[in-house]
Design a protein. Structure first.
Length: 264
């Protein structure tokens, strides 16, 4: 009888211990992230992009598209990223901005191209946004801020169009957590080096933005969504130090100048 009692007590203690341990794991978050990544993100990206482009003017100039495509393709090939996973869109807007939407949609404002001194600065921003896409930062942000049920309702048509537009606007105008921004910066440096683009140009671009913060910052949306530009410029240089860097032009200087002239 005593033996049975001891065995029963141990079994109960073991059960309670396992229950308490499993309770600490956020299973809902784990399964939701997986389900959204695999089954829902494509639809979510379509819904978000359709809601966003309604009131925007997309630039479909063949020369501009092919030039940007050359840069995006080079980055993808050098980093073993499937090219069709990145779907970029160029909008005619003066703001200096680029941001990621679900399912690899990358929105680029013409103001970013016009205010990039060279293709390398532009490539740095593109690498940063591709890093956000590859690291699933957009989905993580949506789950954290909206919750799983709201995200699902957006893909089923049971969520109002105005609410969807509001969510998309928030994605384009609010920052990720600082830790996620740094993670994207570091991965961007790796992408740039692999693509034979000197990350120093990316650092210079961030420094330039920080100098504009008290000038015409209303046009520099990337400042608002990517704060602490000077600090980021410093750790990008630090992370790059000692790495073998070869800078090779993706497009000619003349081509880069022409794309900017077309956008003016």
């Amino acid at each position: 009888m005593k033996k049975i009692f001891i065995q029963s007590t141990l079994s109960i203690a073991l059960f309670l211990g396992m229950w308490l341990l499993l309770k600490q794991i956020n299973w809902v978050s784990i399964f939701n992230t997986q389900e959204i990544s695999d089954k829902t993100e494509e639809k979510l990206g379509e819904v978000f992009w359709n809601a966003f482009k309604v009131n925007e003017k997309e630039n479909n100039d063949p020369f501009i598209i092919s030039t940007v495509d050359s840069i995006v393709t080079k980055i993808c090939l050098a980093n073993k990223i499937e090219r069709d996973q990145i779907k970029f869109h160029i909008l005619d807007k003066d703001e200096v901005n680029a941001f990621a939407l679900p399912n690899g949609h990358l929105v680029i404002y013409s103001g970013l191209i016009l205010n990039s001194d060279n293709q390398e600065q532009f490539s740095g921003v593109i690498c940063h946004e591709i890093a956000h896409i590859r690291l699933k930062h957009v989905i993580k942000k949506l789950i954290k801020e909206l919750g799983f049920s709201v995200i699902i309702s957006m893909t089923t048509g049971s969520y109002g169009s105005e609410a969807i537009k509001s969510t998309v606007k928030k994605l384009s105008s609010s920052a990720f957590d600082r830790s996620l921004e740094k993670e994207a910066d570091i991965m961007a440096v790796d992408y740039l080096i692999n693509a034979k683009i000197n990350p120093l140009y990316f650092s210079n671009f961030l420094s330039k933005l920080s100098d504009k913060e008290n000038d015409i910052s209303k046009y520099f949306s990337w400042i608002n969504t990517h704060p602490d530009s000077k600090e980021r410029a410093k750790y990008i240089i630090e992370y790059s130090r000692g790495r073998k860097v070869i800078n090779a032009e993706t497009v000619t200087k003349e081509t880069w100048a022409e794309i900017k002239n077309k956008l003016k």
